[in-house]
Design a protein around this ligand. Structure first.
Ligand code: MIC
Ligand code: SF4
Length: 798
C-alpha cells in the first residue's frame, strides 16, 4: 500500500523550482541536505543564505511519526491545541510498551492486557484526529516508517531520536520532543537552527565480516557522542552506492548516537530497489523523474571540502568490524584489538547473551546474514554458548523471514524470538537474574548501551555490534573471539572456523505479510470520543505550566550537581518507568534517579538543604516544591544526550525546577527544555561548574531584560557567607523567550490564537507552588471521565 502519494507528488512537482531558487540565493552548488531543507521552508520563511549553526529557520515538514511511549505526552498536548485534525500525515506506533520475556506471542498478549488503557487511548486519539495507528506487534516505529512512509527528498519529524533512520531512504528525518510534533500537527512552522554539514565519503566496498553497522561504529569512534551536535551528516561516494538501502538506514539510525541532527544519503538504485520491494514502485517512478534533485550537485561530491564544514573519509575495503562499548556507544574497538582491550579493562569475557534486531538492525539483509552463521552451528558440529534472542523490526520482516526459514534456523540454535518491538533495547526485558546485579557481558545489535539500559542491571557490560558479529560472539560465548582469524573447538574436539556471513539484500520471493497491524483513522473523527479515567495511574490530562512571574529568580536551591554522563536515561529512566509516560506526576518520581551526585558520588542521593539529610532526588525536589522554593540542576557535558523523551524536561518543570545549567546540551533535550518553559543555560566559563556548592542559595539575574545573545548572571550565595557571581549563556531567540515567558510553547501557541490552552480538567486550577503536593494532582482530577478537546470550536481555528 502506498500512503500519501499525492503529498509526495506535490512536493516533487515543486522541488526543482525551489532548489533552483535556493541555488541562486546561495550562489553555489548545493548539497543534498541543503536541497531538502530549502525545499521545505515554511511559506512564511524568507529564502536567504542561512548561517550554518546560527540562523533559526522555519520549516514545513511533510509528516510526523510518534511512538507509544512519547505519543501519549505529544497527543495529550495536541488535544490541548483544540485542532480538529492533524495538519500533515501522521502516524502512531505501539512498540515501546511490550516486555520481552518468554517469546513474541505470550509477551504481546500480556502487553495488550497490561497496557490496554494506553493502547486504547492512542488508538482512539489517532482515530479522532486522522492519525494512522499501528497496533502493538506491528513493528518498531522506524522500521515501519522505512517500509511505508519514508521517501527520498522528504522531510519528517518524529518523537523519537531514531527517527533519523529514514535518512537511509534519502529523507531529512529528525527526532524531536512531543511539543515540536504538536506544532507541525497543528499546521504551524517548525523551527530548527540551520545545521552545520558533515560530509562522510565512503570509498571501496564492504566485504566479508564488515557491515554498514561498522561504518557508524567507526564514525561514532571518530566523532564521539557529541561530535555531530548541530550537524547533519551527508554520506556519499562509491561505498554508498554499493550498499543496500536498509544498510544506509542502519548508519542513519545510529547517527543519533553522535548527537547528529540527522544523516542522509542521495537517491540511488538501492533505494529504488527497496521502494519497489516494499510495494512503492509508484514512489520510485516519481523519484526517478527528479533524480538529480534528490542528490547533491556533482561539484559538491567532487570537491567536498569546499562545501561541507567537516569531511571524513572511510575506505570500506579496509574497514574492520567493530564492537562499541561498554556503557557508551562511541567507545569503538576494532575486532582485532577487542581481546586485549577487554582484558586490559577487566571487561567480563564470557558473553552471556547475544541479541539481534531492533529498529536499527533487523532488515531482511541483516537477518539473512546472521542466519548464515546460525546455519554453520549445526553444519560444523558447534554448540551456541550464549543465549540468543531476535527482535524483528516489523511484522512484515518477521513474516517474511519465517516464510524463508530463518526463524527455524535460529530456533535450532535455541534462539528466542521476541515480539516486533523495542523490548530489550529499552529495558523492556524481563531478564532472569538481572536483579542480582552481577557483573556480566552482553552483546547486541541495538544502538545504545548506556548503563542499566537493557536489563536494569548497572553491572551489565553491553556492547554494540553488527548482527553478524553479535551472532558470532554468541556462538563462541567469548568476547575475545575474533571470527576473522580464530577457530572454535566443536563437539568432536575439532578446530573449525566460521565462514564469513552471506545474505540477501531483499527477499527473492518478495516481502509478505498477513496482517501488518495498521488501523486507518476515521474519515470524520468528530464523533469519536476520547476519554481518560481520572483515577488512572497511566494517563493524566495535562495542566498548563505557570507563566513566568516577571521577576528574577531569587533564593533557589541546588537540586543536584550531576557528575559525568547524564543522558535522558539518567534523567528519566525507561524500563519499568515507561509505564508512566502518559502520567506526568507519576513519572516525575523517576526524576534524575540515575544521575550521580557530584558531592557524594552516589546515585539518587542528594542533600535536602532544608533538613540537612540525604534523600532520593524526586523526594527532595517535591519537598522544595512544597516549601515554595525553586531549584536548579547543574550538569556536565552533552547533558540530555540520547533520547527525545520530553519527560526529561517536563518532570523537572512539573516539580518546580527552574533552570538547568550545564557545560553543554544535547540538541533535542535543549529544545525540549525551552519548549516546556524551562531555562536551559550553559556556563560561559566551564570551570565555573566547580564553583557550585551543595548548600548554595542561588539567584538568577537578568531575566527582566532577557534577550537573544545576552548572557544572564548567576549569584551563588555560599553557606560560609561568601559569594560568587558567574556568567551563564543561553541560545534563546526572541520567539523562544516568548515560550519561557508564557510558561511553555504550548501556552504561547494558545495565547497567540487568543484562546487559552484547553484546560484538560473540568475544574482545572493552577496550584500555588508552595502548597502543591504534586502527588495529589491526579487525585484532584474530576470524578467522571473527561472528554478530549472538543471539535465544535475547532473549525474556527484555522
Ligand atoms: C530510545 O531509544 O532511547 C527511545 C526509547 O526510543 C527514545 C524515546 C523514548 O524515550 O521514548 C528515543 O530514542 O528518543
Ligand atoms: Fe526502540 Fe531501541 Fe529503536 Fe529506541 S533505539 S526506537 S528503544 S528499538
Amino acid at each position: 500500500m502506498v500512503f500519501d502519494l499525492n503529498m509526495i507528488k506535490k512536493l516533487y512537482d515543486a522541488m526543482p523550482a525551489r532548489i533552483a531558487k535556493a541555488r541562486k540565493v546561495l550562489g553555489k552548488p548545493l548539497t543534498l541536505t541543503e536541497k531538502i531543507l530549502y525545499a521545505h521552508l515554511h511559506e512564511d520563511q524568507k529564502v536567504e543564505a542561512f548561517g550554518r549553526g546560527k540562523s533559526y529557520v522555519e520549516f514545513a515538514p511533510d509528516r510526523v511519526a510518534m511512538q507509544d511511549a512519547t505519543a501519549q505526552m505529544a497527543l495529550l498536548q495536541f488535544m490541548s491545541a483544540g485542532r480538529p485534525k492533524v495538519a500533515v500525515p501522521s502516524s502512531v506506533h505501539c512498540d515501546h510498551l511490550i516486555v520481552a520475556k518468554t517469546g513474541a506471542k505470550d509477551d504481546l498478549n500480556i502487553a495488550n492486557k497490561e497496557s490496554k488503557e494506553v493502547f486504547d487511548f492512542l488508538s482512539s486519539v489517532s482515530n479522532k484526529y486522522g492519525i494512522g495507528f499501528w497496533k502493538p506487534g506491528a513493528g518498531i516505529i522506524h522500521q515501519v516508517v522505512l517500509e511505508n512512509y519514508a521517501f527520498p527528498g522528504g522531510m519528517m519529524i518524529g518523537t523519537d531520536s531514531h527517527t533519523v533512520n529514514a535518512g537511509g531512504l534519502g529523507m531529512i528525518a529528525i527526532g524531536v520532543g512531543g511539543a515540536d510534533a504538536v506544532d507541525v500537527m497543528s499546521g504551524m512552522a517548525w523551527e530548527l537552527k540551520f545545521p552545520k554539514l558533515i560530509g562522510v565519503k565512503l570509498t571501496g566496498k564492504l566485504n566479508g565480516w564488515t557491515s554498514p553497522k561498522d561504518v557508524i561504529l567507526k564514525v561514532a569512534g571518530i566523532l564521539t557522542v557529541k561530535g555531530g551536535t548541530g550537524c547533519i551528516v551527508e554520506y556519499f561516494g562509491e561505498g554508498v552506492t554499493n550498499m543496500s538501502c536498509t544498510g544506509k538506514g542502519t548508519i542513519a539510525n545510529m547517527g543519533a548516537e553522535i548527537g547528529a541532527t540527522t544523516s542522509t544519503f542521495g537517491y540511488d538504485e538501492s533505494m529504488e530497489r527497496y521502494l519497489k520491494a516494499t510495494g512503492r514502485a509508484q514512489v520510485a517512478k516519481l523519484a526517478n523523474k527528479i533524480k538529480k534533485h534528490l542528490t547533491a550537485d556533482p561539484e559538491v561530491y567532487a570537491n567536498p571540502k569546499k562545501y561541507f564544514d567537516q569531511v571524513i573519509e572511510i575506505d570500506l575495503s579496509k574497514l574492520e568490524p567493530h564492537l562499541n562499548g561498554p556503557f557508551t556507544p562511541d567507545l569503538a574497538t576494532p575486532i582485532s584489538k577487542l581481546k586485549e582491550t577487554a582484558i586490559a579493562n577487566g571487561w567480563p569475557l564470557k558473553v552471556e547473551v547475544g541479541l539481534i534486531g531492533s529498529c536499527t538492525n533487523s532488515s531482511y539483509e541483516d537477518i539473512s546474514r546472521a542466519a548464515s552463521l546460525a546455519r554453520q552451528v549445526a553444519a560444523k558440529g558447534l554448540k551456541t554458548k550464549a543465549e540468543f534472542t531476535i527482535t524483528p523490526g516489523s511484522e512484515q520482516v518477521r513474516y517474511t523471514i519465517e516464510r524463508d526459514g530463518f526463524i527455524d534456523t535460529f530456533n535450532k540454535i535455541g534462539a528466542k524470538v521476541f515480539a516486533n518491538a523495542c523490548g530489550p533495547c529499552i529495558g523492556m526485558w524481563n531478564r532472569m537474574g538481572a536483579e542480582k546485579q552481577e557483573k556480566n557481558t552482553i552483546v547486541h545489535s541495538f544502538n545504545r548501551n548506556f548503563q542499566s539500559r537493557n536489563d536494569g542491571n548497572p553491572n551489565t557490560y553491553a556492547f554494540v555490534g553488527s548482527p553478524e558479529l553479535v551472532t558470532a560472539l554468541a556462538i563462541a560465548g567469548d568476547l575475545g573471539f575474533n571470527p576473522l582469524t580464530d577457530t572454535l573447538v566443536n563437539e568432536k574436539g575439532q578446530h573449525v572456523k566460521l565462514d564469513p556471513p552471506v545474505g540477501e539484500e531483499l527477499p527473492k520471493k518478495g516481502f509478505a505479510v498477513k496482517d501488518a497491524g495498521f488501523q486507518a483513522p476515521a474519515k470524520d473523527g468528530s464523533k469519536v470520543k476520547v476519554s481518560v479515567n481520572p483515577k488512572s495511574d497511566r494517563l493524566q490530562l495535562l495542566e498548563p505550566f505557570k507563566a513566568w512571574e516577571g521577576t528574577d529568580l531569587k533564593g533557589m536551591r541546588l537540586l543536584i550537581k550531576a557528575k559525568g554522563k547524564c543522558t535522558t536515561d539518567h534523567i528519566s529512566m525507561a524500563g519499568k518507568w515507561l509505564k508512566y509516560r502518559g502520567h506526568l506526576d507519576n513519572i516525575s518520581n523517576n526524576l534524575l534517579i540515575g544521575a550521580t551526585n557530584f558531592f557524594n558520588e552516589k546515585i539518587n542521593s542528594v542533600k535536602n538543604v532544608l533538613t540537612g539529610s540525604y534523600d532520593e532526588v524526586p523526594k527532595v525536589q517535591r519537598y522544595y516544591k512544597s516549601e515554595g522554593l525553586g531549584s536548579i540542576v547543574v550538569g556536565d557535558e552533552n547533558y540530555g544526550e540520547g533520547s527525545s523523551r520530553e519527560h526529561a524536561a517536563m518532570e523537572p518543570r512539573h516539580l518546580g525546577v527552574r533552570a538547568i545549567l550545564v557545560k553543554s546540551f544535547a540538541r533535542i533535550h535543549e529544545t525540549n527544555l525551552k519548549k516546556q518553559g524551562m531555562l536551559a543555560l550553559t556556563f560561559a566559563n566551564k570551570e565555573d561548574y566547580n564553583k557550585i556548592r551543595e548548600d548554595d542559595v542561588i539567584d538568577l539575574v537578568g531575566l527582566t531584560t532577557f534577550a537573544p545573545e545576552k548572557p544572564l548572571k548567576l549569584v551563588l550565595n555560599h553557606a560560609d557567607g561568601t559569594k560568587d557571581q558567574i556568567t551563564v549563556n543561553h541560545s534563546y531567540n526572541q520567539n523562544q523567550i516568548g515560550w519561557f515567558k508564557a510558561g511553555s510553547a504550548l501556552n504561547l501557541m494558545a495565547a497567540k490564537s487568543s484562546k487559552p490552552v484547553k484546560k484538560q480538567k473540568a475544574k482545572s486550577k493552577v496550584k500555588k507552588a508552595a502548597s502543591a503536593k504534586s502527588s495529589k494532582t491526579a487525585k484532584r482530577a474530576p470524578k467522571k471521565a473527561v472528554k478530549a478537546a472538543g471539535n465544535k470550536k475547532a473549525g474556527k481555528k484555522k
